[in-house]
Design a protein around this ligand. Structure first.
Ligand code: GTP
Ligand code: MG
Length: 202
């Protein structure tokens, strides 16, 4: 799929104020600094569509971007950023949970995982919660350019082993780099294939 147009539509903290209509949307979530905004820029080929920063906690809002006038990409706030303090983290958590549980247009949630790190409890617990609530999700391992080939695959395989302890069937997963654009084609094809099945149903 080619992305011909990508435009920012609205930011807010309230799921009820997200765009009306039935266009499917694909949301990106993960720990602060995992590379959500960078991945959205890489996928859309727009360097400044989503705000990126080396300071964690930059994305505080639910951000909707309309793609090809046909579907949305949603940049969600990162979870687990300690410096926000307990109250701040709870607020963000409510924003995220309300969006995930209430937004019927959300077709798939991409959970981003830093490919350099060992499995983190916060991510595993978050995915468990998604499973309990029947939320369709897939995993995107980010920052693959920061690891040499062997180490990258070692990390990913050990992550998948960890997931198998929790899941009988693994969710789809992708390996990405916003620097080298690794994973762009696969992710866009995946989104396109889901969009097609939705269009056939309607
Ligand atoms: P919050 O909005 O704060 O939750 O962060 P985020 O998940 O949107 O992360 P963001 O895209 O802002 O990236 C965080 C930092 O990681 C930035 O300094 C990016 O340049 C860097 N980064 C993101 N993706 C990649 C990648 O694939 N490769 C490399 N080398 N750096 C990356
Ligand atoms: Mg961000």
């Amino acid at each position: 799929m080619e992305i011909n147009s990508a435009e920012f539509v609205i930011s807010n903290t309230d799921v009820k104020k997200c765009p009306a209509g039935q266009l499917p949307e694909y949301a990106f979530i993960g720990r602060s600094n995992v590379g959500k905004s960078s991945l959205i820029n890489m996928l859309t080929g727009r360097t400044k569509l989503a705000m990126t920063s080396s300071t964690p906690g930059k994305t505080m809002l639910i951000n909707h971007f309309l793609i090809n006038n046909n579907w949305y990409i949603v940049d969600l706030p990162g979870y687990g950023y300690a410096k926000r303090g307990h109250k701040g983290q709870e607020q963000i958590r409510t924003v995220i949970e309300d969006y995930i549980l209430e937004r019927e247009q959300m077709t798939n949630l991409f959970v981003l995982i830093d490919s350099r790190l060992e499995p983190q409890k916060i991510d595993l617990e978050f995915m468990e919660w998604l499973g309990e609530n029947g939320i369709p999700f897939s995993i995107v391992f980010t920052k693959a350019d920061k690891l040499k080939g062997g180490k990258l695959m070692n990390n990913i395989n050990s992550y998948l082993r960890e997931l198998r302890k929790q899941w009988d069937e693994l969710p789809p997963y992708f390996i990405s780099s916003s620097e080298s654009r690794l994973g762009k084609k696969e992710l866009l094809e995946y989104i396109e294939s889901i969009n097609k099945t939705i269009n056939q149903k309607s």
